[in-house]
Design a protein around this ligand. Structure first.
Ligand code: NI
Length: 182
């Protein structure tokens, strides 16, 4: 099924998510539905809070960016109970958007590499150091599981400049092609 995507202003996006138990019911279906929802909305990452579930779970699908980088062709990953255990020292800035904040795109400064520990959908544990665009996408989704969205990380002047756009989203003035929920 395709879930409606929760829009900025809903409290589920602002609170830390809970870890999943290994017997979490219907996990396989949930993960499949998250990928379908993500594809339908033309996104590259989706976290469980964005479909209203306060769970430490997110999916990343970089396959739509295959033209930019052939190695993204099969890049579909599930991150359960993820924990970023260290950040690289180098940072860069890049324009980010979010399915929960339609119409907003802002430059966000982030470390260019991370070391992350997580379980995949088969409950295999992984610890990986990831860099480049995947590291950025993962940090963005990880933030959702910690109750943060990307506009929490932009510079205060820019934040002030988009405050009316953010207020409009909170009031329900939302323009997007995909199914959404407030
Ligand atoms: Ni997002």
């Amino acid at each position: 099924m395709i879930y409606p995507i929760v829009i900025y202003g809903n409290p589920v996006l602002a609170k830390p998510a809970k870890n999943l138990e290994k017997d979490y019911p219907g996990l396989e279906n949930l993960v499949n539905d998250m990928f379908s929802t993500l594809t339908k909305a033309d996104g590259v990452g989706l976290a469980a809070p964005q479909i209203g579930l306060p769970l430490n779970l997110f999916v990343v699908d970089l396959s739509p960016l295959e033209e930019d980088d052939p190695s993204f062709k099969d890049y579909k990953k599930v991150f359960i109970n993820a924990e970023i255990i260290s950040y690289g020292e180098e940072t860069d800035s890049y324009d980010e958007g979010c399915l929960s904040l339609p119409g907003i795109s802002e430059s966000v400064k982030r470390p260019t590499s991370i070391t992350i520990r997580y379980f995949d959908e088969k409950w295999q544990e992984h610890e990986e150091t990831i860099s480049g665009f995947p590291a950025r996408a993962i940090q963005h989704e990880y933030d959702h599981t910690r109750g943060h969205v990307f506009v929490d990380r932009i510079n205060p002047v820019r934040r002030q400049m988009i405050s009316s756009k953010l207020a409009a989203l909170k009031k329900g003035k939302i323009k997007c092609r995909y199914k959404y929920a407030r």
